[in-house]
Design a protein around this ligand. Structure first.
Ligand code: ZN
Length: 241
């Protein structure tokens, strides 16, 4: 059983009628409901909770953390960012969605500005599978489409991904690396682009399938924890000369 925590800043849904109409219980709850299955136990956490909802206890039991944020990046405390960062290095999976590209934790893990070009026109996005053998693309066809999305365009200032799974094309002409994997320490990270708060993207069956696939891919399946520092020899070493 994989334990998933869906974290959302949960600000816009409580301030804007348009967003509340699409996600009345918040984006975190829509994702939690959408990925519910026999393989996952799913919890949620939000910015306004003590320690931003991501206490040591919550993070310790989390196998994969999903992150959605947009306007509240700076409100996440540095202590929370450091706790999440440490847990990723120790092996927790992390799925960063959409505007989470500008979160403190993603920028810290990437080491670049993570900046990009954007436009809110509600245009068509066609998401192409460019690595059909990748487990995150399982069950997805050659491509899938979202009728209305915000545009994110290149250049996206990220380190070269370990694997590129999806590339998006937008109606206005831009392209974007929209499904990227990374390894940091023992942790696996997946960035997935779609999910602007005024569009019903997190009810789309392909989007939910990609997120569920990414949870299975990012869940820790590790050997023993590594030990660092001075090491006693395992065998007697014959002194030479
Ligand atoms: Zn957006």
């Amino acid at each position: 059983m994989t334990h998933v925590t869906v974290w959302n800043e949960y600000l816009h849904e409580r301030q804007d009628e348009l967003v509340a109409a699409v996600y009345p219980k918040g984006i975190h709850q829509a994702i939690a409901d959408g990925i519910a299955c026999g393989d996952f136990t799913v919890g949620t956490a939000t910015l306004d909770q003590p320690e931003n909802g991501l206490t040591d206890e919550v993070l310790k039991k989390t196998d994969v953390l999903i992150w959605w944020a947009h306007m509240g990046h700076e409100q996440v405390s540095d202590e929370t960012v450091n706790r999440v960062h440490q847990r990723v290095l120790q092996g927790m999976g992390l799925i960063v969605l959409h505007s989470g590209h500008f979160s403190k934790v993603f920028k810290k893990l990437m080491g670049t500005s993570c900046d990009l070009r954007w436009r809110e026109y509600g245009e068509k996005e066609r998401i192409w599978v460019v690595d059909p053998a990748h487990p995150i693309a399982e069950g997805i066809g050659l491509y899938f489409e979202l009728e209305k999305e915000e545009m994110y365009g290149e250049h996206f200032d990220i380190p070269a991904p370990d694997e590129l799974v999806f590339v998006s094309w937008f109606e206005g002409g831009e392209v974007f690396r929209s499904g990227c994997t990374y390894h940091r320490g023992q942790g696996k990270i997946f960035y997935f682009r779609p999910g602007h708060e005024t569009h019903p993207t997190y009810y789309d069956k392909n989007v939910l399938k990609v997120i569920a696939n990414a949870i299975r891919w990012a869940a820790p399946k590790h050997g023993a924890n590594p030990i660092y520092g001075y090491n006693e020899p395992l065998e007697a070493i014959v002194k030479k000369g």
